[in-house]
Design a protein around this ligand. Structure first.
Ligand code: SF4
Ligand code: SF4
Length: 315
């Protein structure tokens, strides 16, 4: 495993960050024991960096996986809170649920624009106070936009940026991959810690998985890349690519044989909550039910988090 300094945070993180979203209720919904087993395997393979969020509901998996593990593991979490009190609650919830004195990185989740960032200032204010008290070590933002990377690059108070990065620019809300990389390069020059998300475009780039992973791993401005894995084989495959090795044929076949997709159950009541929630506008209502408008879904699972009927999920 390769390790890199995450900007100026002082954290030496693995090139692969374990993306916990995949194992949790918004995606494959594994049992805590199974999901924790995969995380533990990732730790044994040298991964020391885990990405999660309040929304993902994966704290129990991480807590179980870390039980008895004696090396330090960097945990990055995030929440949508925009108030001081809300962020305080979310950080406390994370510390208790993960059984940690402090969280290594806590971020504002899915920031859309400079304006959204301004609106979240009270939540950031709380995070600074928490940092002074040692409850959080670094503060960051996650985003699907070029604008937020640009703005965050110039702000001293934001130390880590978690942008969507894949070679086709899938899921970038306000530009293309060239524009995003210009902003990421600038953020890198400013000493920000940068770890990318969705290198496979949520599964859409699985047909050319090697190109997609190589783009992310060889990107000179990303210190780490968050990758969701739903099996040990997938993890082994990703590590092979990261290390520049040719994955064994049998392993490659196994990994590529299990694509993921968005599934909408027939009991969908057509409330439209998922349509409003999709940050990319990929959902619509048709004949009283939700459906995808196109084949560009990046399988982020955010739509599933608002469904009152548990009718939309990644399978
Ligand atoms: S449809 Fe759902 S999973 Fe697909 S991009 Fe939109 S929110 Fe994400
Ligand atoms: S949120 Fe759930 S019930 Fe409502 S339209 Fe979407 S899938 Fe259907």
């Amino acid at each position: 495993m390769e390790y890199t300094e995450l900007g100026k945070t002082g954290f030496k993180v693995s090139k692969i960050c374990f993306g916990a979203l995949t194992i949790g209720p918004l995606q494959t919904n594994m049992s805590v024991a199974d999901g924790a087993g995969i995380i533990r395997y990732a730790l044994e393979r040298g991964i020391n960096f885990i990405d999660t969020a309040k929304l993902y509901e994966t704290y129990p998996y991480i807590r179980k996986a870390l039980k008895g593990w004696d090396k330090h593991v960097y945990i990055s979490s995030k929440s949508y809170d925009y108030t001081w009190e809300g962020m305080k609650k979310s950080l406390e919830q994370a510390r208790i649920a993960l059984d940690r004195d402090y969280i290594d990185i806590f971020m504002l989740h899915e920031q859309e624009s400079e304006l959204t960032l301004k609106g979240h200032q009270p939540a950031l204010d709380y995070l600074y106070e928490a940092k002074v008290k040692g409850l959080v070590k670094a503060i960051g933002v996650s985003t699907h936009t070029v604008e937020v990377v640009r703005v965050a690059a110039e702000r001293e108070d934001i130390e880590v940026i978690h942008p969507i990065v894949n070679y086709q620019g899938l899921g970038i809300l306000d530009g293309n991959i060239t524009q995003l990389m210009t902003a990421v390069k600038r953020a890198h020059e400013q000493g920000k810690g940068l770890y990318g998300m969705k290198p496979l475009g949520g599964g859409n780039l699985i047909t050319d998985v090697k190109t997609a992973l190589n783009y992310a791993f060889q990107n000179p401005y990303l210190h780490s890349v968050a990758l969701g894995c739903k099996s040990r084989e997938e993890l082994d495959y990703n590590i092979c690519i990261m290390e520049g090795k040719e994955p064994p044929r049998e392993l490659a076949q196994k990994v590529q044989a299990v694509p993921r997709k968005l599934h909408i159950e027939e009991w969908c009541i057509g409330c439209g909550a998922c349509v409003k929630r999709c940050p990319n506008g990929f959902l619509e209502l048709y004949e009283g039910k939700a459906r995808l408008k196109n084949d560009k879904c990046i399988l982020c699972g955010y739509c599933g988090s608002v469904c009152p009927e548990f009718a939309i999920k990644i399978i």
